[in-house]
Each structure stands twice: as C-alpha cells, then as structure tokens.
Design a protein around this ligand. Sequence first.
Ligand code: ZN
Length: 296
Amino acid sequence: MVVFDGGGAPLQSEQVVAKVRELGQQPVTHIVVSHWHGDHDYGIFRILDAFPQAQVISHPHTRAKLDGNSLDDTFLTDYIPKIRERIAARTYATGLPISDADVVRYQDILDNASLIDQQQQASKLSYPDITFEDKLTIWSGDREIRLLHLGRSNTAGDVIMYLPAEKIIATGDIDVAPTPYGFGSYPKEWAQSLRTLKLLDHVLLVPGHGDVQRDDAYLDLLIETMDLVSTQMDGLVAQGLDLEAAQAKMDFSAVQNRFTHSDVFLDRLFDIWFKTPITQAAWKVAKGQDPELELE
Ligand SMILES: [Zn+2]
C-alpha cells in the first residue's frame, strides 16, 4: 500500500497505521511526502516503525529542506502564555475584542496543551529514500499511481498523486480548504500548476487539508486567487513600491468572501494563513528572493 502524506504528529501516523491494518492492505510499501512542511512529515516515523521496509518518496527540494530543517518544539512555549493573556484581556494581539467563538477555540488549545506538547516532543524528522524531479510511477499490483511535480507552487517541491483509473487526485497543499496556506509560496507558478492539475481527468480531489472536493469550483477559485495575487504584486513592484507599501495596496476583495463567507473566524484565518504570507512571498519572488528561506 502507498500512503500519501502520512501525518504531522506521531498520533496522526498511528491512526494511519491503524487504518491500514483495518483495510487489510499491509504492508505499506511507500510513503509519499508532498512537501517539506512538518505537518506532512513529523509523524511518519511511526509508519516506518510499523512497516520498516517502506520507502519514503519526495521531490529533491523536499529532501533538501527536511535535511536542513530542525523540529520546531517551541510553539507551545511561545504560544500558550499569549493565549492566556488574550483570553484574560479578551482582545486579540491587534487589540480588537476577541469573539466568543475564538475564546472557545483558544480554551480548547489550553485544555489540550499537554497532549500537543507531548506530541511535539515525540515528533521526529524522516528523510526520503527516493527523490524524483517531475514524474514517478508506482505500480501497486495492477493499480497505477502517478506522482507528479507540476511546478513550484506552495513550495518549490510539491508533489501530487494521481490515480488515472480511479480518477482521483491527492493534491498535497497546493489545494487546501477552507483557506489556502500562503507561506513561502510562488503564486504565479502555483496558478499554472493548478491549471495543469485541472486538466488531469478526475472526479475527486483530496486536498492537503479540508474536505474532499467533488467538483472544480474551489480549484477555480484558487487559480483566480493566485492570478490575482501575482498580477497585483507584479504591478506594485513595477511601480517601485516597498513591501509595506505593496502590502497596503493588495486588494483581495474580489475573492475573500468566496473563501470566508464573511465568517469572522475564517476572515482571520484568511488574513493570517493566506493574505499576509502570500503577499510577502509574492513580493520576494517578484524581487528574485527565495520565499521559503525564513520558514525553516
Ligand atoms: Zn499542510
């Protein structure tokens, strides 16, 4: 069996192992890592514990980034005191009043802090055994499994998995819902990758995060959004604006509501996970800089 993106924490990967055993399709022979971000790699050592013969596959960029990566286990140390402060003061870091829904969400993190901490401490990096540049096909019995790198997108090494007979695509984080992640990404090429992906005959898209997609409506929105980001940023950089000035001019109003439907929580996620980081990344790409450098 081939596992695609087997987990970002030991507990997640233990659930994957349990699912594999339940399906009765042992052993796992290959684990594909779609890109280098830790939420796709830090737990898969648990799958390797269970199936030591399994080989880990990625794009060479992913292996290189994992090789230079260090586990971030300071998240809670830094974050928990801030959450306590915010709940006590009933304001966000921006000073705006905190919503009741977010108080509940923050409280949930506090309640699970020791589990999250334990999972972070138990996480481990796993390194790919096999890398490929553009295309690799695995035959699992008579099932054809195509691994494709469509171009720089969410990272410089994103890999998708395509099952041509079943017409299923697992996208990794080049398709993430309800709001995309924009950290260290390449919006212009990302739009192109999504156009290429859309051409693959498919009936089901399994995104890197979020619900399974049965039509291309969200994919089309992503393409429109990446085009919007790169077109605007190219114009702003051509005008000679610095990052701060360019950031102030970026206008997401044509697309934002279609992601967030004016939900306050989703609007905040869209800001934090997409608008701010994709603007910074697009700026760096337009300036010929490496957008992924400061993420390690
Ligand atoms: Zn992810």
